[in-house]
Design a protein around this ligand. Structure first.
Ligand code: HEM
Ligand SMILES: *[C@@H]1O[C@H](CO)[C@@H](O)[C@H](O)[C@H]1NC(C)=O
Length: 329
């Protein structure tokens, strides 16, 4: 009896090992359950401390995650400093002087390394921070599959080409999302992130005075909003006011809610790329729908964020677990 029991346990043990290796090559909700069980708490403590210092940091981390994922996948490539081998993404047009939150990720990573050395990727830390940031700002919470690995390179060119610009047409923005396996619905839902955070004058000033060479403001911008924005970003003094900021959602600046869609409906979206959502009948009807049903926006935002978080991830033996998010090991 004893012998046959022993014989029986060996294959069962092997089977378990085998199945955990299989799970290792894709994202998993319990990825760090044994190797770093407190990682989510470490991230939330670091995030909480950062938000105490500056409320806006929640928005900045959400954007940082988007800019990581949309460029060659969620692989923390945006966190790499320039080296002699490559120009990284930090200094690409859409990031230089506007991507924020790097220090928060550094602080959290340092704490995570103390608890579980060389175990948790920078890409997962950024994903967790962005997800929790939405929750801290009053949005929903959703579980995040983990197990992303970090890239060993970054590309400034890819960042310039792949991150959508606020001056692009909806068609072009959608094409960039589609090339990552996302769709028009994801464009509309994820644009709802512009319910928190700020934008600098240079990203929307051309709407205020001489839109498309017309000598007039953008006709799709509400007139009282226009007056306010013209005082923040006056016509003459470009160099001194290019970096002045205005809230993306002026009604509830730091609250993660569905007012972004009400703003777009009432022509008070801040960016051209917000207002263009009304130009296509399909996206316009989605904007209207989310403006009416906050809980459906909340659910769909979670779904689209998980999709975004899965774009081009490295898993298994791919990439590495960086020790310091700034540098390849
Ligand atoms: C659809 C195409 C998008 C365009 C063209 C766009 C463009 C922009 C621009 C120009 C800014 C202002 C940056 C600055 O002035 O420093 C901004 C801010 C922001 N974006 Fe987007 N964005 C897009 C989609 C997204 C998505 C998908 C997310 C997240 C899921 C997102 C999250 C944010 C947040 C939270 C901010 C505020 C950041 C802060 O205050 O630091 N954006 N975006
Ligand atoms: C859209 O993309 C095409 C091809 O890259 C480009 O030529 C065009 O200028 C873009 N249009 C806008 C409005 O961004």
């Amino acid at each position: 009896m004893g012998t046959s029991y022993a014989h029986f346990t060996v294959p069962v043990f092997c089977l378990l090992l085998f199945s955990s290796r299989l799970a290792f090559s894709q994202l998993d909700y319990n990825f760090y359950a044994y190797t770093c069980p407190h990682v989510e708490n470490i991230v939330s403590y670091g995030l909480w401390k950062a938000i105490q210092k500056e409320t806006r940091i929640a928005a900045s981390l959400l954007r940082l995650h988007f800019h990581d994922c949309i460029v060659d996948g969620c692989d923390a490539s945006i966190l790499l400093d320039d080296t002699k081998n490559f120009n990284g993404e930090k200094n690409a047009g859409p990031n230089r002087g506007s991507a924020r939150g790097y220090e928060v990720i550094d602080d959290i990573k340092a704490e995570v390394e103390k608890a579980c050395p060389s175990t948790v990727s920078c890409a997962d830390i950024l994903t967790l921070a962005a997800t929790q940031a939405v929750h801290c700002a009053g949005g929903s919470y959703w579980p995040v599959p983990l197990g992303r690995r970090d890239s060993t390179t970054a590309s400034q060119k890819a960042a310039n080409e792949q991150i959508p610009s606020p001056f692009e047409s909806l068609e072009n923005i959608t094409a960039k999302f589609v090339s990552k396996g996302l769709d028009l619905n994801d464009v509309v839902v994820l644009s709802g992130a512009h319910t928190i955070g700020f934008a600098q004058c240079f990203t929307f000033r051309r709407r205020l005075f001489n839109f498309g060479g017309s000598g007039k403001p953008d006709p799709t911008l509400d007139s009282s909003m226009l007056k306010k924005l013209q005082t923040v970003c006056p016509n003459g003094d470009m160099t001194n006011t290019n970096n002045k900021i205005a809230p993306l959602d002026s009604q509830t600046i730091n609250q993660f809610d569905n007012l972004y869609y009400k703003n777009v409906m009432s022509n008070t979206g801040l960016l051209e790329s917000d207002q263009v959502l009304l130009q296509d009948p399909n996206s316009a009807s989605m904007v209207q729908y989310y403006s009416m049903y906050p809980s459906l926006f909340s659910d769909d935002f979670a779904t689209s964020m998980v999709k975004l978080g899965n774009v081009g991830v490295l898993t298994g033996e791919e990439g590495e677990i960086r020790k310091n998010c700034h540098f390849v090991n």
